[in-house]
Design a protein around this ligand. Structure first.
Ligand code: SF4
Ligand code: SF4
Length: 696
């Protein structure tokens, strides 16, 4: 029977209980060796980052937000709540246990030994009691969190299956092994720490104040029948096992997944959330993009090491899902392996690197295959899903810039570039035909270069030339006029905005298109701008040297409906809405289209992948111009199947992007869903519901 009489003033313990001088010295020697190996590995990593090219990522506001992200585990909990909560307990357990060990080192080693001031030691009494309680609580959370994470790893094979998508032979068993060793070692350290505490409490006759060491106290109650001397022998053995495991863990960190503890915090602090929306300028026009490792920035090199292989990007990537040879995770891991090989860094388990990784200097087309780079739709789903702030899209675009510079361009894309260079549009049409869609309207659309307008409408290529999208343009024109919006267009003065040209890596052509448009804007007289094309919206807002206020047409329609300038009578039925990547993830606009659908009287039924988790149609980043016949399943087909699975009563698949209208109209046919669901632009829906008043 153990009787507890609490005596705070006597609280405390001896770290090296029962150690002679030799054993103590052995421990300090081993500690020095472990710390030395850690410092060397850490130094090698830092040296690797310093070989990266420069980029300014000093943003104090971002640093503060990153602290919040890291502390709350917000980015990890996003879309995977249980993982986030479990990781929260592991992270804070780890931090508190690390602080606990540091406190002992300060008290014993610095104050007690180095300064020789035992009277200054503070690790006793009330401080010790609070310390012991806090460490035990966080230690229990740490173990529970690790068990939950281990359980999830066993049950989530898709995200955590390291099989490559491009069929290239690579030995990735080391990746799985490293995951298991990392998680297993942490768990071992947590459990052995509690065992050690329990044996110590039982061997020292249950000091009353140790009741606050909840975990150890319970273990001590279980082991006390063994007797004090057996508990003391077990304590001594566990002390060494625990200490050796901890020292090995310290030495192993920079050569393993353990490095993510440091890298991920740094990556989140230095990330730029807008780096895909506003792409970096070309540094050297004579040699654009990334060719060799020296062209990658230090942030890119940090990105590669920050990857925890969690597979969230792999899971959401439309290119991966459609069977193309791109997985954003593989891309990052291949670049990491290459950078490590070129920097002489080895992980403890070796890597699955292909031999070419150490001999080829040219990265695009060699380390990362050309087809892989052209497979990306720049949808940004990977960046949105990545919990550690890795910036895949700018890295891919930089490598595409190099491919374009060396003429290694996908044939369909090449044709589009030529058409764009000739006539300023990807349809190969004369600029004179750009406003032909307006001819069938029963009113004349103003030319903003000839008369002042409130709104300049940037129509975009598809809304100007593709018959399915020009139909929508006409509907938008009628709605705007009916709502009293004074607008005009640039007629033959408009060129492709260049958003996708830029993302396909043709920076020179982008600049040409942009400069042409900017000159046309200068010639026009307008107060604000709107566009029907989310891709144009993105580049006009962030990549043009203008300070125009640019809106998406759904924002204006939403305003007209809420002001009563357009009145709606209720339609009946159900609709689902597809968030375009460049309106949602890129421009953070989700609500106006939804309000409009509901204002039209339809019941909105969300697909599982909606808002920032929306699934790309497959057209972005220049993919609309490339051959997609080799895909297992086009992303748009995958998406239409998702919508149809919502049920027979979902009548409308609502879009708000001209490219979506084209991609999804095709996908409805190729998946055999004609008659099951109708693709409509939000403007067409509003037009159906609106009492459009003929004007003038
Ligand atoms: S941007 Fe989209 S398509 Fe490209 S790698 Fe990321 S998720 Fe895949
Ligand atoms: S890049 Fe990000 S999302 Fe993808 S596997 Fe690595 S850590 Fe996970």
């Amino acid at each position: 029977m153990v009787t507890v009489v609490f005596a705070a003033e006597t609280a405390g313990r001896e770290v090296f209980l029962g150690f002679d001088t030799t054993l103590t010295v052995v421990f300090y020697v081993l500690s020095t060796v472990a710390i030395g190996i850690f410092v060397w590995g850490f130094y090698r990593r830092i040296r690797k980052y310093t070989r990266g090219s420069s980029i300014n990522r000093l943003d104090w506001g971002r640093f503060v937000r990153a602290l919040g992200d890291i502390g709350s585990n917000r980015t990890i909990a996003k879309r995977h709540r249980v993982v986030g909560i479990a990781h929260f307990f592991v992270l804070w357990g780890f931090i508190v246990l690390l602080i606990g060990t540091t406190v002992i080192a300060i008290n014993d080693d610095i104050i007690g030994i180095l300064l020789g001031k035992p009277e200054w030691e503070f690790w006793h009494g009330t401080f010790y009691i609070v310390y012991a309680f806090v460490l035990d609580v966080f230690g229990i959370g740490f173990i529970v969190g690790l068990i939950v994470l281990a359980r999830i790893r066993r049950s989530d094979p898709l995200r955590l299956d390291y099989a490559r998508v491009d069929g290239v032979e690579a030995n990735r068993r080391g990746y799985s092994l490293d995951d298991k060793v990392f998680l297993g070692t942490l768990l071992f350290l947590g459990v052995s720490g509690f065992l050690l505490e329990g044996f110590r409490i039982a061997a020292t006759d249950f000091p009353s104040f140790e009741v606050v060491s909840i975990g150890g106290w319970v273990i001590a109650l279980l082991t006390s029948p063994l007797g004090e001397s057996a508990n003391d022998a077990a304590r001594m053995a566990t002390w060494w096992i625990h200490a050796l495991a901890a020292l090995t863990f310290i030495a192993y960190l920079p050569y393993s997944k353990g490095m993510h503890v440091v890298n991920d915090a740094a990556d989140l602090a230095f990330m730029k959330p807008t780096s895909a929306a506003v792409l970096p300028d070309v540094k050297d026009p004579a040699s654009p993009g990334y060719a060799t490792l020296d062209d990658f920035t230090w942030k890119d090199l940090l990105d590669f090491d920050a990857c925890t292989k969690c597979g969230r990007c792999h899971e959401v990537c439309p290119a991966t899902a459609s069977g193309s040879p791109l997985s954003p995770r593989d891309l990052i891991l291949d670049l990491r392996e290459y950078a490590d090989a070129r920097s002489g860094i080895k992980m403890w388990y070796g890597v699955g690197a292909r031999p070419t990784h150490v001999v080829d200097d040219e990265i695009p087309g060699h380390v990362i295959a050309t087809d892989t780079l052209w497979s990306c739709t720049t949808c940004m789903a990977c960046m949105d899903a990545c919990p550690v702030g890795i910036e895949h899209v700018p890295t891919i675009v930089q490598m595409r810039r190099r491919l374009v510079d060396t003429g290694d361009v996908e044939p369909g894309l090449q044709k589009a570039f030529q058409a764009l260079a000739r006539g300023g549009n990807s349809f190969g049409k004369s600029a004179k035909q750009r406003a032909r869609w307006t001819k069938t309207l029963d009113f004349k659309v103003k030319d903003a270069r000839k008369e002042p307008v409130d709104y300049l409408w940037f129509v975009g290529d598809h809304g100007s030339f593709d018959p399915r999208a020009t139909e929508v343009s006409r509907t938008v024109a009628m709605l705007m006029r009916s709502g009293g919006i004074d607008f005009g267009i640039l007629y033959d003065g408009e060129r492709n905005a260049g958003n996708d040209v830029r993302r396909a890596g043709e920076e020179g052509l982008f600049e040409m298109l942009r400069d042409f448009n900017v000159e046309a804007f200068d010639d026009a007289d307008y107060k604000r701008m709107f566009t029907t094309d989310p891709h144009s919206l993105n580049t006009l807002r962030g990549e043009y040297p203008t300070d125009d206020d640019v809106l998406h047409y759904t924002a204006i329609l939403d305003q007209l409906v809420s002001d009563g300038a357009i009145t709606l009578s209720a339609l009946s039925g159900k609709a689902t809405y597809h968030d375009p990547c460049y309106l949602g993830r890129y421009q953070d606009e989700y609500d106006a289209p939804r309000r409009l659908i509901e204002a039209a009287g339809l019941e909105l039924v969300e697909m599982g992948r909606c808002r920032e988790n929306s699934f790309c149609c497959g057209a972005g980043g220049g993919r609309i111009w490339m051959d997609d016949s080799g895909l297992d399943e086009r992303p748009a087909e995958n998406r239409i199947k998702e919508a149809v699975a919502l049920g027979d009563d979902v009548n409308y698949f609502v879009v708000s992007c001209p490219k979506d209208m084209i991609m999804y109209s095709d996908a409805v046919k190729t998946t055999g869903n004609e008659g099951n669901i109708e693709v409509v632009d939000i403007a067409q829906l509003i037009y159906q519901a609106a009492e459009v008043v003929p004007v003038g």
